[in-house]
Design a protein around this ligand. Sequence first.
Ligand code: TYD
Length: 205
Amino acid sequence: MTGKFITLEGIEGSGKSTSLKDITAILDECSIKYITTKEPGGGPLGSDLRSMLLNKDSKISSEVELLLMMADRKDHIDNLVIPNLKKGIWVLSDRYLDSTYAYQGGGREIDTSVIDRLVDILKLPQPDLTFLFDLPPEAALERAIQRSALDRFESEPIDFHTRIRNAYIQLAKNNKRRFKIIDSSKDFDGVKEQVVKIMSQFLND
Ligand code: TYD
């Protein structure tokens, strides 16, 4: 038996972390074994790569950024995600591959065929279920500003975040089976209700 691979995606301040707790509560109730992890930075190389990628003083090109994200992901998938799935343990990841299509493809405007090629070469698996937490970037950034100092991505102009949101919506349209869109502009209870509904459908499939 293999575990299920669930990913959470969305722009900055879209409420992924809060919903992660709602999902783990449901898995706990069902006595399903799981681990939670995140990208960038979930694998053994993680903390070094994460600080290079998020530090506002890092001067790196979009291509280098893409390759670092992919290096981080390959390390994470091979050393943490796949070994757990093989043992039947579910993996919940705060961000995964769709973040690269949205941020480096949509945000940085790198041709998505380059990303497709890397996915192929690195043999990166698709998740079983992907939550897309969607809300307008203006509202999301407001939340991110209140939370903490802005990192290298959060400090980008609003257009960058709008391109990311649009790329995510397109990804959801192209991958209807695994993507579920959550309206994150709702209050805590409103978001939770949507997440709970999707998780019960997924568990009953
Ligand atoms: P993080 O502090 O984890 O932000 P968040 O709470 O919004 O997930 O920082 C991760 C940042 O890295 C986030 O701005 C998105 C960006 N990112 C990419 O640009 N490409 C990727 O492939 C991944 C995984 C993340």
